[in-house]
Design a protein around this ligand. Sequence first.
Ligand code: PMP
Ligand code: GLN
Length: 388
Amino acid sequence: MADPIFANLPTTIFEEMSGLARELGALNLGQGFPDDPGPEAVRAKAADAVLNGYNQYPPMLGLPELRQAVAAHYARSQGLDLDWASEVAITSGATEALAAAFLGLIEPGDEVVVFQPVYDAYLPLIRRAGGVPKLVRLSPPHWRFDRAMLEAAFSERTRFVVLNNPINPAGVVLPQSDLALLAEFCVRHDVTAICDEVWEQVVFAGAVHRPLMGQPGMRERTVKVGSAGKMFGLTGWKVGFLCAAPPLARTLARAHQFLTFTTAPNLQAAVAFGLETGNDWFAEMPRALERSRDRLASGLAREGFAVLPTQGTYFLNVDLAASGIAEPDREFALRAVKQAGVASIPVSALYEADPVTHILRLCFAKRDEVLDEAVVRLARARELSRGR
Ligand code: PMP
Ligand code: GLN
């Protein structure tokens, strides 16, 4: 008998749009991956580890040198005091870390508070684990939650909350006051937070990423998920980090043991090297991306598009309605890729209920020529949309 949860799922919007871009030869500002090839020294280290290193199964929890480097990095950059030996595990991407958290921790009937727009992997995995999602709807232009929204979502049945911060696709880096508010609800309802912080290093001037785990009362009740793919702009590497207090970490390790068991050792060695030596990269990478963000935003603004602010991630959002486009986001995105040669992500695809339908997400982690040409093509798509 078909599995109703997975069998009925569509192909994710990221693959759908990248597939169309490949097929049609369009510029791809949809799925989030950078044109920049990533730090050369880290890639050289990976190549060396493949040729001269150990390529058999590494330890199940990850190379000790990488687990130590992760703990040291989070101590330096976020003031966390993680014990590498009992609180850090390496996974095959943040996706596997999230799967381990959902499948390892959620019991059938547990309510899980989830914010929309929601990263595509969360809801299917939460349901597969038997969890019951309780959706909180965030909306533009500020995409923030407040006390009333949390009051409505949390109950005595709530066991987990899933927070993505910095938020993809919104480009919001949550301020201290919002984290404190969510922490208050977690403590009051004895809830565990599963925190997807893959964008933690991609934060621009004026914003500061703070881990929810660092809030009062959260150290023992937070699972923190990170991704080397996002930290180093090597999105295909799929090296993730799972950090949690020992009782949670033990359960997560059991789930990881039977999901992938281990993660490519050569890539782990290179990521450890990158974390130990990457201070210049961590300073320069966001600055370069910020220039790209500003280039795309000002190009779009010159063409009369209404662009929402972005504090982090590879993404900026265009308000289609305010840009004079009456079409819903999905129709406009399909028109833009098919008729104007530029792929994007319609944000409605990341809502399960009551979608926001007038926001288009664009990835600005691209070369200048690509961004400039994308502006021309988006303007063309708008003309076609108006003349329909
Ligand atoms: N969570 C979010 C919010 C993401 O944007 C992404 C990837 N882009 C992931 C998880 C998955 O990360 P990884 O590629 O390391 O599995
Ligand atoms: N995280 C990437 C994005 O938001 C996509 C990841 C994926 O394709 N699953 O674009």
